[in-house]
Write a protein that binds this ligand. Structure first.
Ligand code: F6P
Length: 322
């Protein structure tokens, strides 16, 4: 193994830079030259590969975003585009690809390999933590801490004004972010796509004469319709006659300084990805399950996203919140 490519694809996540750094430096350790593909698979389409030396990734571990930039590359879904890319990779004598991203991005790497391209290994990166086959995805810890910090701030003003807030966090199909920040932020209600929360039950809870508090925070996962908490806030205001405010945290959760956990896991995953390629392993995703790094098959592209299946945390929240 002489040359590998590393790319970040799909939505960015804090900690991706730490993973890139680990890939480049681990490759160097094994005497492998790495190249960065700019803007995910688009860099292959554009034949835009940048040689990366150990010093190219200096001072990036502490930064959010991705120094390689990330994109959802639609042309790459076309076989003819992938054929062109494969020819280019052959000319460049590329022996392996490390794809940092989500399920769709892994599919790109897997297809390229199946069609005769270089072996591919995936590193899971998304703030949603929803990739099947791994308990953890890079960026999740930073995002939940960013959201928690926002909730703490909102709690101050909510309590000063006896106000009720809906705080919308990301999470397209899964409520992992919402559940964790809801519990840690003492949310009165957590609404996630996996389980139904009737609006009447929320209204009842907040307006109960037995309730000792006059403010509240409801954490809402954006689910498939970002911004829907505005409508929910309106409906709740009408139903309860309470004073509701809505705060959509949106892309603030995608940026910022990665936490220690994200940097550490990304570093471990980057090293494992390169070691796997060097050992002749491919079409696998580096995963973290029960605190152990493992290699798992690429998730099936049609597999549903990993979801919160454990109701216990929601029940715990019911017990703890007034
Ligand atoms: O997949 C991560 C995620 O942050 C989702 O929670 C969100 O719905 C989506 O990306 C938004 O991404 P973009 O604005 O880049 O399309």
């Amino acid at each position: 193994m002489k040359k590998i490519i590393v790319l970040t694809s799909g939505g960015d996540a804090p900690g991706m830079n730490a993973a890139i750094r680990a890939v480049v430096r681990s490759a160097h350790y094994y005497g492998i030259q790495s190249f960065g593909s700019q803007l995910g698979f688009q860099g292959l389409v554009d034949k835009n590969l940048i040689p990366l030396q150990p010093e190219s990734v200096a001072n990036c571990i502490q930064h959010g975003g991705t120094i390689l930039k990330a994109e959802r590359c639609l042309p790459f879904y076309e076989k003819s585009t992938r054929d062109e890319c494969r020819k280019f990779l052959k000319q460049m004598e590329i022996d392996g690809i490390v794809v940092i991203g989500g399920n769709g991005s892994f599919r790109g790497g897997a297809l390229l390999e199946q069609e005769g391209g270089p072996p591919a290994i995936g590193i899971p990166g998304t703030i949603d933590n929803d990739i099947p086959g791994t308990d953890y995805t890079i960026g999740f810890d930073t995002a939940r801490n960013t959201a928690l910090d926002a909730i703490d701030r909102i709690r101050d003003t909510a309590s000063s004004h006896n106000r009720h807030f809906l705080v919308e966090v990301m999470g397209r199909t899964s409520g992992f972010l919402a559940v964790d920040v809801g519990i840690a932020g003492g949310a009165e209600v957590i609404i996630i796509p996996e389980f139904e929360t009737p609006i009447t039950a929320i209204a009842q809870k907040l307006t109960s004469p037995k309730r000792p508090k006059s403010s509240s925070i409801i954490v809402v996962a954006e689910a498939d319709h970002p911004g829907w908490s505005m409508q929910l806030g309106k409906e709740l205001s009408e139903l309860t006659k309470l004073n509701f405010r809505v705060c959509i945290l949106g892309h603030t959760q995608r940026g910022g300084t990665p936490t220690l956990i994200d940097r550490k896991i990304a570093s471990q995953m980057g090293f494992m990805a390169v070691t796997a390629l060097r050992d002749g392993i491919s079409s696998k995703m580096v995963a973290m399950n029960r605190d152990q790094m493992t290699l798992e098959p690429f998730p099936d592209v049609d597999a549903p996203a990993r979801t919160v299946i454990d109701r216990n945390l929601l029940e715990l929240n019911e017990v703890l919140c007034l």
